[in-house]
Design a protein around this ligand. Sequence first.
Ligand code: 3H9
Length: 646
Amino acid sequence: MNTPVSIRSQGDIAIVTLDNPPVNAISAAVRKALWQAVEEIDADPNLRAAILICQGRTFIAGADVREFGQTPEPPHLPDLVDHLEAARVPWIAAIHGTALGGGFEIAMGCRFRVAPPQAKIGLPEVTLGIIPGASGTVRTPRLAGVEVAVDLVTTGKPMAAPKAHALGLIDAVIEGDLEAGAMAFATEALSKALPAPISARPVSTMGEAFWEAQRTRAAKPGHRAPLEALTAIRRATELPFAQAMAAERESFLALRASDEAAALRAVFFAERAAPRPEALRDVTPRKLAQVGVVGGGTMGAGIAAALRNAGLPVVLIERDADALERGIDTLRRTFEGAIKRGKLTEAARDALMAGVTGVTDYAALSDCDLVIEAVFEKLSVKREVFERLVAQCRPDAILATNTSYIDPREIFEGLPGAERCIGLHFFSPAQIMKLLEIVPLPETSTEVLATAFALAKQLSKVPVRAGICEGFIGNRILKRYRSEAESLLRAGVPIADVDAAMRGYGFRMGPFEAQDLGGLDIAYLQREGARAAGQDVPETLGDILVGAGRKGQKTGGGWYDYSQGDRSPRPSEQVAELLAPHLSKGAPMAEAEIAEHLVGALADEGRAILAEGIADRASDIDLVEIHGYGFPRWKGGPMFASGHRD
Ligand code: 3H9
């Protein structure tokens, strides 16, 4: 029978290799095999230490999340960690890649932890709506102090090995070959007195003021896990080890069964499935050495910044020298923003800017492997750009449009080489927003499509294939959302109640506040365009406001009034008067009912989108809503929330 664990020895040191692709997650089989390894090594009197090392891209990535829906099978992970710690010989975790969650808990069961400088450790359980369940909240404060434990456990952020070493979470940073370094470390460690196992180490208690400050810092609306994690660490400082462990396990199991955790797990797997559509499994993407961006407005500059952040050289083209200067300036300001947030150094900004060539002549795009157009959202303007691109680019260069509404078939109509054309719909600010809608034409080659998905991975974006329809997936659902929100107003629900309900559900903003921020005129102009083209588009309440000059915050008012320099919305008498003839006097509606109605509408539109083949999977629609439209991640997306599973 194949076992994920193999043991060999070198002198008196055992080397235990775990091989459970792809990320060495701790399944029931791994737990059994490691338990057995502890017994075997302890039974061999010639062995004095054991090194735990992993095959493949990483050390243990955590408990196997796929098993979370099932009844846990013994040996349970907390017992395995205790078993490792209680072994006759000291174990040394040799960590490469990442030791996350249960992976780091296993490492804490070992007497020592060593890692190369690129490795990371972390306890990311809160990002899955749970807390560590195998002593993360109990051993970490004993290993590195309460403050370090609180930071690691409540934020879920991974930490690089050098910092982890400085904070006492690991014992040595190993340069060069990890196994050889771990062997040398083991030999040295065996020549000295062993440190106490972590469970036997003391832990300090903290005052009420400390916990109160941490509660304020860790609280996240809609998330139970961070505060539960904090409570678990507090218990670990106040109760004996075994009692704190039992309480951690109870809390872990309760959270694991929660709706929040189920939703976050679904999103976790959806995000991992998204970059690799089944249909492209055997298609090799093209290499991209240089990318052109047409248009240096907010969108073009954002796309250029995203490309540069991923290390791709960029040629940015504008129609004349003035526009180019503005575009380059916008791009530089994008990076300045990152400097202000402490995410970028000035030297790194200079290096990023040095990789941008600003041009006004399309001939300069002749070496680009991909060109992304991000000019004004008007068919004639875009068509003109692509005519020039076809004339100047290599015949195999991929040509992409960032249109958000226009049918890409019309944009590329009649141009040669439709197989290399595609829609790449970024979301603003493009250097930050994770979503990328990939919109192939019927003629787009699978190689070009695969290249678009590979580009998304390189840019750390979440790619979703969208078929062609008005608004693709995201903006089509947005249109429905807004129309349903207006229908609630027509039925007599106050504007502020609708916004409050959606904030209460977990959105950062309600639909009307969000329109005021983005501007009501964009959707209005689209509707006007459709009307001018002869389509029957009924008047919306938004049209009435735009007609009265109320385009949102930028004009001092939209659905709400705003004072100069103040973004807080105030109910507007003018809006009440303008809309009065269109609204009926309905009974008040509870917030939960409003949210249920609107989320139901999102899912309804999602179902239509699936039925038409515009999206491949319900989970793709959820990713679009979460990463492009502010749907709360811990609710799993509208399809998941409405019980629709793939
Ligand atoms: C936990 O540990 C609880 C304990 O405290 C208590 C227990 C009692 N399980 O991300 P990638 C799969 S909670 C199962 O593309 P990368 C993933 O689905 C856990 N599968 O790779 C994908 O599968 P497929 C705490 C997992 O190199 C494949 O591995 N740990 C798990 O870009 C590759 O994934 C975490 O939250 C898992 N735990 O990044 C860590 N993890 O190929 C979660 C991954 O079939 N994992 N898969 O689509 C990660 O952060 C990243 O996967 C990692 C590698 C950084 C490790």
